[in-house]
Design a protein around this ligand. Structure first.
Ligand SMILES: [Ca+2]
Length: 290
């Protein structure tokens, strides 16, 4: 039953919101096709650039809109050329009848392994019945990560870890390179245990790094208090060791320096904050200048 409905749903598919590099093919031209139940497929952006950093996946949004008079079920399937991986490969949804058009969207994370050779790899997004598929192609450009220099923020895009994360916040938010206050809800980290401390947030590396400075931006727009009391800790085998600490902080941008340490992970252990929650907008980690 579901399949039959899909066949009908896919009779006419249009693709919107994609760049010129996206191709669309296979529009159903059967002369005796039933009156079309229109499903508009939208894939954005039309092309992506990703790098092999674990906390910087590309984001692809696929949306389906039923513009016809009958409710339908529709499936969209995604396939990525190796070595590109996707957080999911299927988007299935019931689509209410038009009037008003109801757009149903799903986001997919797009990643490549660390060290992937620069190049362009395609993701194909397909909906509709076999033989009458509608396909959009999204080229994924992979860029190589340059080796770090003394001025490199070593935390950028690396694997973030945390004691907990609240709701829709992302543990990777503090290493996404965005510390714009107004983007707080999309780009910050908020712990998940209200009024319970300690909390911690950190970053770990695939190979040990030499570091001597951690900078963080705390608080969110409208907040009067961010992180007050904290310790900077480096991972030392199975344990964590405090290399710097502060109490009574009232600054948004906090710079902490300490004697250089070689470690494969660093974290901020938060023992008090002013908003019942521990909040980080962005964290940067640096090594010695020379
Ligand atoms: Ca951020």
């Amino acid at each position: 039953m579901k399949q039959k409905m899909i066949l009908t749903a896919a009779a006419v598919v249009t693709v919107a919101g994609v760049s010129l590099s996206t191709s669309v093919s296979g529009v159903d031209a059967r002369p005796n096709a039933k009156p079309a139940t229109d499903v508009a497929l939208s894939v954005t952006p039309g092309e992506l650039t990703v790098t092999g950093l674990p906390c910087l996946p590309g984001q692809l949004e696929v949306a389906m809109t039923n513009t016809g008079p009958e409710p339908v079920f529709a499936d969209t399937v995604l396939a990525a050329a190796k070595p590109v991986t996707l957080s999911d490969t299927v988007f299935s949804s019931f689509l209410p009848a038009a009037d008003p058009d109801q757009r149903v969207a799903k986001s997919f994370e797009v990643q490549v392994p660390r060290g992937t050779t620069a190049g362009t790899y395609d993701i194909t997004v397909t909906t509709g019945e076999r033989g009458h598929e509608q396909t959009a192609t999204v080229p994924v450009t992979v860029t190589e990560t340059p080796p770090p220099t003394p001025g490199t923020n070593l935390a950028y895009g690396e694997q973030a870890i945390a004691s907990s994360t609240h709701g829709n916040f992302q543990v990777c938010g503090p290493v996404d390179g965005d510390r714009e206050d107004s983007h707080w809800e999309e780009t910050g980290w908020n712990d998940g245990t209200r009024a319970v401390f300690p909390d911690w947030w950190g970053v770990e590396w695939q190979a040990p790094q030499t570091i001597d400075r951690v900078e963080f931006w705390t608080k969110a727009p409208g907040e009067t208090n961010g992180i007050r009391d904290f310790q900077i800790q480096v991972r030392d085998g199975e344990t964590w060791r405090t290399v710097a600490e502060q109490t009574g902080n009232d600054q948004i941008h906090v710079v902490t320096t300490f004697p250089a340490e070689q470690t494969d992970a660093v974290r901020i252990m938060i023992t008090d904050a002013g908003a019942n929650y521990s909040r980080l907008l962005e964290v940067e980690v640096y090594g010695p200048a020379a």
